[in-house]
Design a binder for this molecule. Structure first.
Ligand SMILES: Cc1cc2nc3c(=O)[nH]c(=O)nc-3n(C[C@H](O)[C@H](O)[C@H](O)COP(=O)(O)OP(=O)(O)OC[C@H]3O[C@@H](n4cnc5c(N)ncnc54)[C@H](O)[C@@H]3O)c2cc1C
Length: 503
């Protein structure tokens, strides 16, 4: 192993929503910062999804195998690149709702309370929305939490067909709202991400060094085991040790947990920071089902996500439990996760012979129905024989079924009253499979009790003084809305703590 001759104040591993944002926040401290990223910069044509054949499968799947609980290998949808999964995300940047930070009873169990509340995150949500240039408008959604400032950028124009659908949904007494989007407004790559808003501005500071193609393999501790001494990383087949005073993991919820488990040593036989046996446990990834609405009128197939509906978020009359969140997918030619549900489309193609798949996509509106899954110790990341296992059994299924049932009802009513749709047509749907880990979170939850949590409220490991985790791992519970803005806001929050510590 080559020992790097530099010593850093801080190393960040991973450049996605958590790591990229933290790098931005800390860059101006002047402290010597090293960023290790296993991927590389993504060429623009790879990022530009408007020409992606939606059925070209596994385009953004990592070239590695993970194993499900039955021992079946699968190739996860993970984007290993500068910016991580934000390079391919939908950039729908919603805040968690106030109650998402509280203990909430669900039909299938309990979503636990966080040690910090919405009011603790609020200033960082505002900072995150400015940094990621969120275009939005506060208004119509009954679950909208308190904002201390308006969105920093106005709404973008919506696809005309989506405007008409939004109006028809509102006529049923529901509250469709414009979905807040992080946008650069560039036509070749419109969505804002952790490369654009995090890494590129950070690299303008001479004290920040980035090493790409650098895959962290394990962390080494000092003789007492109370501190991390360095990060071992593989670069072009060669092993290197990088030394630092503080190490921050931001590899995504699955990979950060796996890295801690792989870093087991005599003083930490269960894995680093794992005295509580919680590292890797409580993996959540949201229950997500795509629903397709067929339309006689064509649309561009390449528009951004436009509206969301949260009327069922906390449940309704005969089902007083959280059901979840609905939003439209954006044009089906640009939506990557849609490519993961080919059985639904092959069914459709049979149902509509003679219709090319592209034709089908431009005559469809896609919807995501998303329900919170609950943290369970048995849903976990494990490392065994150097293989990465993901044991995940979905829970809270009845709430998700209710949401799908209600949403299909809404679509049927909309179609009766709206030009361009044929009442009575089916709504094909498909659940996203295990390999879609888009909303992964929860494997190193934060909390005040070292026996039941991995990280403290500053996202520092209870057991290891100079080790932090700032990706989606820290969530004690998931929410109905998507996680990226909360990961970004948290990285800004932890960044403030680290700035103090580095003084
Ligand atoms: C197709 C898709 C659409 C999505 N749409 C939305 C959306 O619209 N709204 C929303 O809120 N969320 C969305 N998400 C989820 C969002 O992208 C993630 O929640 C967010 O990116 C997670 O941030 P993170 O920092 O935890 O991990 P990531 O962003 O995944 O970053 C992890 C980083 O660590 C690097 N890395 C991993 N292992 C190592 C290692 N061993 N050594 C060095 N580097 C390593 C990776 O290459 C990557 O750069 C979407 C995700 C996908 C895949």
């Amino acid at each position: 192993m080559i020992i790097d001759d530099q010593s850093y104040d801080l190393i960040i591993v991973g450049t996605g929503a958590g790591g990229g944002t933290l790098a931005y926040k800390l860059a101006a401290t002047g402290r010597k910062i090293l960023i290790l990223e296993r991927g590389d910069f993504m060429p623009l044509e790879e990022q530009n999804r408007s020409h992606v054949d939606v059925f070209k499968r596994e385009r953004y799947h990592a070239p590695e195998e993970w194993y499900d609980s039955a021992g079946e290998p699968f190739s996860p949808q993970m984007n290993y690149a500068i910016g991580g999964n934000t390079k391919i995300y939908g950039a729908a940047l919603l805040r968690f709702r106030e109650k998402d930070f509280e203990r909430v009873k669900h039909q299938a169990g309990v979503s636990p309370e966080w040690c910090l509340k919405y009011s603790d995150f609020e200033p960082y949500y505002t900072e995150a929305e400015t940094l990621y240039k969120v275009h939005g408008q506060i208004g119509n959604d009954p679950t909208e939490p308190v904002h201390c400032a308006d969105y920093p950028f106005p709404l973008i124009a919506q696809e005309p067909q989506m405007v008409a659908i939004g109006e028809a949904i509102a006529q049923q007494g529901l509250h469709p709202a414009p979905i807040p989007l992080g946008l650069t407004r560039q036509s070749d790559d419109p969505t804002n991400d952790a490369e654009v808003s995090g890494i590129l501005p950070a690299l303008k500071h001479p004290n920040v060094t980035l090493k790409t193609g650098a895959k962290a393999i394990c962390l080494h501790t000092n003789p007492s085991g109370r501190a991390v001494k360095g990060v071992e990383a593989e670069i072009a087949g060669q092993s290197y040790l990088f030394l630092a005073d503080i190490v921050v993991l931001a590899c995504g919820a699955v990979n950060s947990a796996a890295l801690l488990l792989r870093s087991r040593n005599d003083l930490h036989p269960q894995g680093l920071a794992n005295r509580s046996d919680q590292v890797g446990r409580n993996l959540m990834k949201s229950l997500i089902t795509a629903v397709v609405q067929l339309s006689k009128k064509p649309n561009s197939g390449t528009f951004q996500k436009s509206i969301y509906v949260n009327d069922f978020y906390w449940g309704e009359g005969d089902f007083p439990y959280p059901m979840g969140h609905i939003h439209n997918t954006g044009g089906l030619l640009t939506d990557i996760i849609f490519a993961e549900a080919p059985p639904m489309f092959s069914g459709l193609a049979k149902f509509m012979p003679g219709f090319g798949l592209k034709q089908l996509a431009t005559h469809s509106i896609g919807w995501w129905a998303q329900t919170e899954d609950l943290p369970e110790p048995i849903n976990r990341v494990r490392v065994d024989n150097n293989k990465l296992w993901v044991d995940y059994t979905p829970n809270n299924l009845e709430a998700h079924d209710r949401l799908l049932y209600r949403w299909t009802d809404v679509l049927k009513s909309v179609e009766k009253h709206l030009d361009g749709f044929q009442p009575g047509v089916l709504h094909p749907r498909g659940e996203v499979p295990l390999q879609v880990m888009a909303n992964q979170c929860g494997t190193c939850r934060f909390g005040d009790d070292p026996d039941t949590s991995v990280l403290d409220r500053n996202c520092r490991a209870h057991d290891v003084d100079n080790l932090y985790v700032v990706d989606g791992s820290f969530f004690p519970s998931n929410a109905g809305v998507s996680p990226a803005l909360t990961i970004i806001a948290n990285a800004l929050r932890v960044g403030e703590h680290l700035i103090e510590r580095l003084k």
